[in-house]
Design a protein around this ligand. Sequence first.
Ligand code: FES
Length: 190
Amino acid sequence: MLDQLLAALNETERAAVDEEEYQILQAVVDELPAFSHEVSQLIPILQEIQGKHGYLPRLALDMVADHVQTSIGKVYGIATFYNQFRFNPPGRNPIKVCLGTACHVKGGEILLENFERRLQIKEGETSDDREYSLERVACIGCCALAPAVVVGEKVEAYVTPSKVEGIITEIEVRNEMAAREQAKNDATSE
Ligand code: FES
């Protein structure tokens, strides 16, 4: 089935399916038979794919539609209805802006816009270099720290628009230090 789906893509679309995504799609082919063909399995299947692979590749949605014998439109409609699903691979630094009630009233939406501007991506997207992904999430359970943002595994508290720049700079500095360390190690092992 995967080969058929790939054959139906145009050249640009096919080129966009990199090796990593291809491996995920192969895994989905193996995982689908564990589920019945009932349309009631739609959400559990999507949860399984996202849980294992971090996101729902577009061709995986086609495969799911075929498996539960429904239209791609219905699968996509359900997947987009629930905030829990994402359609792009997570970045190495996933940024989740809380927009639960407490964070929303303390300016969460403005923070999200600031991250979008700084990273040049929209919520739900991943930067081309896969360094960052950005999403809005519901309450993360620490409303006393509102507005809160989760960067990787770390909760950033009382985030202000000016702190957005600091958060990204901290990541850039960390990456730069890691790159220098790596270059030093490479040089000494030569
Ligand atoms: S609303 Fe953001 S942590 Fe609860």
